[in-house]
Design a protein around this ligand. Structure first.
Ligand code: FES
Ligand SMILES: [Fe+2]
Length: 360
């Protein structure tokens, strides 16, 4: 197990391994450059003339200028604003104008980048190990009507806590003022496949005026939360009432530094439900979900992380989620393959310590 520098208020690093959003694709056009700060580091994002996005550590190896402030894209290269050294897409120095010398072996640290689902992602791994998984093309989202950049927050929390909150069923009726619930939210299943976790949550509610005219008096809602590592939660919401609706939203979660996370929320409607009415309902739902998310922040920003939390069945699949999340850390022991997780979870309550990260 790798020893990783840890300043986190959690018993694991604030910088888990995996894919994390650093920008929306439409925020950066060919030839543009943008300073970023994630994972406690200054970074620079640029898109070359041919359209390829790159993310580098920001500081020039010559005299340390931040290339994101005043740097220029030159074809497929990037040029430092201080003495005009140039670097190619691999971060290798290709030119040192104002000297008669060959470019040095100097190199800027390059991040692994993927562009998919309308976002630019970087892969972070504490030990520099290449990825064994990708965030797939979420075709229902990309083929539908996306409203990108619905909302952004910077929150004093950990990426894992955002995912865990979606598994925490018993807080939903306490922290969130979900109106007219006839059947409280319940996680019916939580399934895992490598870096993907899928949580199916059911809720029943009675719509109020004027929604009742459209949806009917009783609506059965199904939320499917798909976690791709700790940086992406793709959620579909289906409501069956007098007429049926379906919406999607994506949380993109990226650690900013040891204390804070950047959370972006983007909404969409599947093509099948494309209509002015579906759009109006989805816009109203998106506002509602923004409000619900913000209700979590005072708790998340100030809570402690109890590795040995006492968990009841009614709390939802928190222990399972924590056990799955261990794979994204280099500083946390792997789960004990002999632990009978199913048996432990189905007991009346379980002390979660042996199912998840122990205090280190
Ligand atoms: S600091 Fe970048 S070229 Fe000198
Ligand atoms: Fe919540």
């Amino acid at each position: 197990m790798k020893s990783v520098e840890r300043k986190s208020r959690f018993p694991f690093t604030s910088f888990p391994n995996g894919w994390f959003r650093v920008a929306y694709s439409n925020e950066i056009k060919p030839g543009e450059i943008k300073p970023l700060r994630y994972f406690g580091k200054d970074l620079v994002l640029f898109r070359t003339k041919s359209g390829t996005p790159y993310v580098f550590d920001a500081h020039c190896p010559h005299l340390g200028a931040h290339i994101g402030y005043g740097g220029k894209v030159k074809g497929e290269n990037i040029q430092c604003p201080f003495h005009e050294w140039c670097f190619d897409g691999n971060g290798r120095c290709t030119a040192t104008p104002h000297t008669n010398r060959q470019p040095p072996a100097a190199q800027i640290q390059k991040w692994l980048v993927s562009e998919i689902n309308g976002v630019i992602l970087v892969y972070h791994h504490s030990e520099g190990i290449p990825p064994t998984w990708e965030i797939p093309n979420l075709s229902e989202y990309t083929g539908g009507v996306p409203f990108r950049k619905v909302k952004q927050w910077t929150v004093r929390t950990h990426a894992q806590e955002i995912g865990e909150n979606g598994c925490d069923m018993s807080h939903l009726m306490v922290v969130h003022d979900i109106a007219n619930v006839t059947s409280p939210p319940k996680s019916q299943s939580m399934e895992f496949d490598g870096a993907v976790a899928v949580n199916r949550v059911y809720v029943g509610y009675a719509p109020s005026f004027p929604e009742v005219w459209i949806m009917g008096e009783e609506v059965n809602g199904l939320s499917i939360l798909r976690h791709y590592g700790l940086g992406c939660i793709f959620t579909t919401l289906s409501a069956k009432g007098k007429i049926n609706f379906r919406w999607m939203h994506i949380y993109w979660i990226t650690p900013v530094d040891e204390e804070y996370c950047d959370i972006h929320l983007a909404f969409g409607i599947p093509n099948l439900f494309r209509s002015p009415l579906a759009h109006a309902i989805a816009v109203a739902t998106s506002k509602d979900i923004q409000r619900l998310i913000e209700q979590d922040f005072p708790i998340l920003e100030n809570k402690a992380y109890h590795s040995n939390a006492l968990l009841y069945d009614e709390d939802g699949p928190i222990a399972k989620f924590r056990r799955w999340a261990r794979q994204f850390y280099s500083d946390v022991p792997s789960p004990n393959p002999n632990t009978n997780l199913t048996a432990a979870i189905s007991s009346t309550h379980t002390q979660s310590e042996d199912l998840m990260t122990r205090p280190l």
